[in-house]
Ligand binder design. Structure first.
Ligand SMILES: Cc1cc2nc3c(=O)[nH]c(=O)nc-3n(C[C@H](O)[C@H](O)[C@H](O)COP(=O)(O)OP(=O)(O)OC[C@H]3O[C@@H](n4cnc5c(N)ncnc54)[C@H](O)[C@@H]3O)c2cc1C
Length: 364
C-alpha cells in the first residue's frame, strides 16, 4: 500500500486525509494542534454567487464548482461520522442605501449571465423573509442555493471520518517536507504553508469574528445567512444552533491573532445596524484567525514535485472550497488532475503568462 503524509489538520488536510484513506492510501496526518487554525475560526458561509463581481469569473466558477459538490460531500461525511454540518439553506445580502442596492442588481445580472440564479428583492420582499432585520434595509439579493455550515461541526465530523477510515494522527509540527517518511506528501498547512515552501505566495490575512449566544426572550436569529455593507465595511451574520456568528474584519497584520477592541466594536455596531435585536444576545466569544491569502484570491492546488502536492491558499473561501480541493488532490495523487481545479494550478505564479490582481475583496 502506498503511504501518504498530510501536513496540516484543518478542514483541507482532514478532508484530504479522510478521502485518501478511503481511496486506499496508508495515511499519516501531522499537526501539533489539529483543527485550531482558520477552520476553527471561520463563519461557514458557502456563498460564491452572492460574492460574485464582474471580472472575477475564475473565482466564481471555482467556488460554484465546489458548492455543487457540497451536498454529496456533507452526506458522505454524515453517513460516516454521524455529524450533520448544514446550519442554513439560503443567503440573503441586504442593502442599506441606493449605491448598495445598485450593486446588488449588478451582481444579480452578472452572476445570472453565468447561469446562476439570484433574486433581487425590494424592501417588502426582504421583510417577508426576515422580519427581524432593520427597517432601514431597502433591498435584498436572495441566493436560494447558498447554504452555510457550522465549521466546528465540520471539523468534528472530519476527525471522526479520518479515524473511521484508518488515518494515523501524529501531533507533531513538520519542519522539513523532505524528511517525511512517505511516498507522497500533501502540504495543507494553511497560512503557515510558506514556512515549509517559501516559493508559495501564501500570506496570513487576519480576521476577527464573534460568536453571539441567544438568550431567552431575545430576537430569534435569522434563518438565513445575512450579508451587508455598513459604512463601507462588510459584515455578515451566520446562524448557529445556539445563536449567530458575526464576521469578520480583514487586515494585513502578519501572524497576529490578537482580538482588538476596535475590531469587536465595529463588528457589533455593523451587525446591530442590520439586526437591532443582537444587543440582547450574550457575547460568547471573540476570536481571530489567519486566512491563507494568495495574490489572486484563488487557492494553490496541484503538484509541486514528483512527491509533493500542495493544497493551500484558500483565503476567505476555504470552507466553501474544501470539497473541490479534496477531489482535486485525490485526482492529482491518482495521476489524473481535475479540470475543474485548473485555475488553482500553483504553476500560474511561476510561468511568464501568469496574470494576477492584488485585491482581496469580498466580505469574509
Ligand atoms: C474570520 C474568518 C472567517 C472566515 N469565514 C469563512 C466563511 O464564512 N466561509 C469560508 O468558506 N471560509 C471562511 N474563512 C476561510 C477559511 O477558514 C480558511 O480558508 C480555511 O479554514 C483554510 O483551511 P486550511 O485547512 O487550509 O487551514 P487551517 O484551518 O488554518 O489549518 C492549517 C493547519 O495546519 C497546521 N500546521 C501549521 N503548520 C504546521 C506544520 N509545520 N506542521 C504540521 N501542521 C501545521 C495548523 O496547526 C492548522 O491546524 C474564514 C476565515 C477567517 C479567519
Amino acid at each position: 500500500m502506498s503511504t501518504l503524509g498530510v501536513v496540516g489538520g484543518g478542514a483541507v488536510g482532514l478532508g484530504v486525509a479522510w478521502r485518501a484513506a478511503e481511496a486506499g492510501w496508508s495515511v499519516t496526518l501531522f499537526d501539533p494542534a489539529i483543527g485550531s487554525g482558520a477552520s476553527w475560526v471561520a463563519g461557514g458561509m458557502l456563498a460564491p454567487l452572492s460574492e460574485g463581481w464582474p471580472g472575477e469569473e475564475r473565482v466564481l466558477e471555482f467556488g460554484a464548482a465546489s458548492l455543487a459538490r457540497w451536498p454529496e460531500f456533507a452526506a458522505r461525511l454524515e453517513q460516516l461520522s454521524g455529524v450533520a454540518v448544514f446550519v442554513a439553506d439560503e443567503t440573503l445580502t441586504v442593502a442599506l442605501d441606493a449605491a448598495d442596492a445598485a450593486d446588488l442588481r449588478t451582481i444579480a445580472a452578472w452572476v445570472g449571465g453565468h447561469g446562476h440564479d439570484l433574486q433581487v428583492l425590494d424592501r417588502a420582499g426582504v421583510r417577508a423573509l426576515e422580519p427581524a432585520l432593520a427597517r432601514t434595509v431597502r433591498a435584498g439579493l436572495l441566493a436560494t442555493a447558498e447554504p452555510a455550515v457550522d465549521n466546528r461541526r465540520l471539523l468534528d465530523g472530519l476527525r471522526k471520518a479520518c479515524v473511521a477510515a484508518g488515518v494515523q494522527v501524529r501531533a507533531e509540527a513538520v519542519a522539513d517536507l523532505d524528511r517525511l517518511d512517505a511516498d507522497q506528501v500533501v502540504l495543507a498547512a494553511g497560512a503557515a504553508s510558506a514556512g515549509l515552501r517559501p516559493d508559495l505566495p501564501v500570506r496570513p490575512v487576519k480576521g476577527e469574528i464573534l460568536r453571539l449566544r441567544h438568550r431567552p426572550g431575545a430576537t430569534p436569529a435569522p434563518r438565513r445567512v445575512i450579508r451587508a455593507r455598513v459604512h463601507g465595511r462588510a459584515v455578515y451574520l451566520v446562524p448557529r444552533d445556539d445563536g449567530i456568528v458575526v464576521g469578520a474584519t480583514q487586515y494585513e497584520a502578519g501572524f497576529d491573532t490578537t482580538v482588538t477592541v476596535g475590531g469587536v466594536r465595529d463588528l457589533i455596531a455593523d451587525a446591530e445596524a442590520i439586526l437591532p435585536g443582537i444587543a440582547e444576545y450574550e457575547l460568547a466569544e471573540a476570536i481571530a484567525g489567519s486566512r491563507p491569502g494568495t495574490p489572486d484570491n484563488l487557492p494553490l492546488i496541484g503538484r509541486l514535485t514528483d512527491r509533493i502536492v500542495v493544497a493551500t491558499g484558500h483565503g476567505r473561501n476555504g470552507m466553501l472550497t474544501t470539497p473541490l480541493t479534496v477531489d482535486a488532490v485525490l485526482g492529482e495523487l491518482a495521476g489524473s488532475p481535475l479540470p475543474d481545479a485548473r485555475s488553482a494550478d500553483p504553476r500560474r505564479f511561476t510561468t511568464p503568462t501568469a496574470s494576477v490582481s492584488s485585491s482581496l475583496g469580498g466580505i469574509r
